[in-house]
Design a protein around this ligand. Sequence first.
Ligand SMILES: C[S@@+](CC[C@H](N)C(=O)[O-])C[C@H]1O[C@@H](n2cnc3c(N)ncnc32)[C@H](O)[C@@H]1O
Length: 293
Amino acid sequence: MMLIQEAVDHCASYLEGKKIESSRLSAELIVGHVTSLSRTEVLSTPNRKLTNTEETNLDVAMKERGKHKPLPYIIGEVEFYSIPFSISSGVFIPRPETETLVDAALDIAKEISDAPKIYDLGTGCGNVIIALALNLDDGEFWASDISNNAVQTASLNVRRHDLQNYVEVKEGQLFSPMRKELATEFDIVVSNPPYIRSGDIPKLPPQIKDFEPHIALDGGRDGMSVIKSILDGAAPILKPGGYVLLEADPITMPSIRSEVQRRTCYEDFKVLPDASGKDRVAQFRTKAKKIGW
Ligand SMILES: C[S@@+](CC[C@H](N)C(=O)[O-])C[C@H]1O[C@@H](n2cnc3c(N)ncnc32)[C@H](O)[C@@H]1O
């Protein structure tokens, strides 16, 4: 029977042989996952023996990672905005650059005197709307996604963070799940939509193109297809002066700017950088008067 320390060494050298980055950290997390121990417990109990089942599970998990399956899909966990989220295959894995979207929405929401009403389109595992709900004292939080897998996972995370009285998650295409609530006018629509050009998908690293759902990635020929639909659908459900915050690829920002400016219902377009200085979030708002849209 293997000891924890031996299991970590064995897994780390296997992953290193497969040229998997951060092989030791991955090994510690995988061993923690199969033994139901935290990483700290893995490091502090090197002589605890693995059971036969744990050894078998380790072998399976290690080989999956060796074939580039993303670590969050193997361990079922991911961290975003310093908050733990459950995740499973078929649901987009949150990325650090999306924290810029959360920061921008928080800055705006904190300036709103009444409880802000916020809608997250394409919520994935619910990371953005849950990060907002956990960081605001008050508010109404709505989220939707076209993927049933995503909606199930987001709902699980809402319960995990005890937000079921505050965050509503619905399934459907674009803004259609909000039809019943159209009477509710939102202060902010946030979205990290699929924005990769279809032609670029085959060039993505294997851990993305072979494992993550293409519906979460593929933004059509020019990467703008869902973004354009959001520009059309957001204004009618926003309050006058309400904000849209869209994460996108830095190279599509000029196209987003011209699409926003072409629609006369929006104003105050600006682009916000992410932590590495790349243009990451487009921010704009509906004009104060709805007349003439
Ligand atoms: C890039 S992922 C973002 C997930 C999560 N909000 C995040 O930021 O990590 C895009 C999400 O949009 C969803 N989606 C794609 N097309 C959609 C559509 N037409 N209507 C609603 N959701 C859509 C996908 O299922 C996916 O969960």
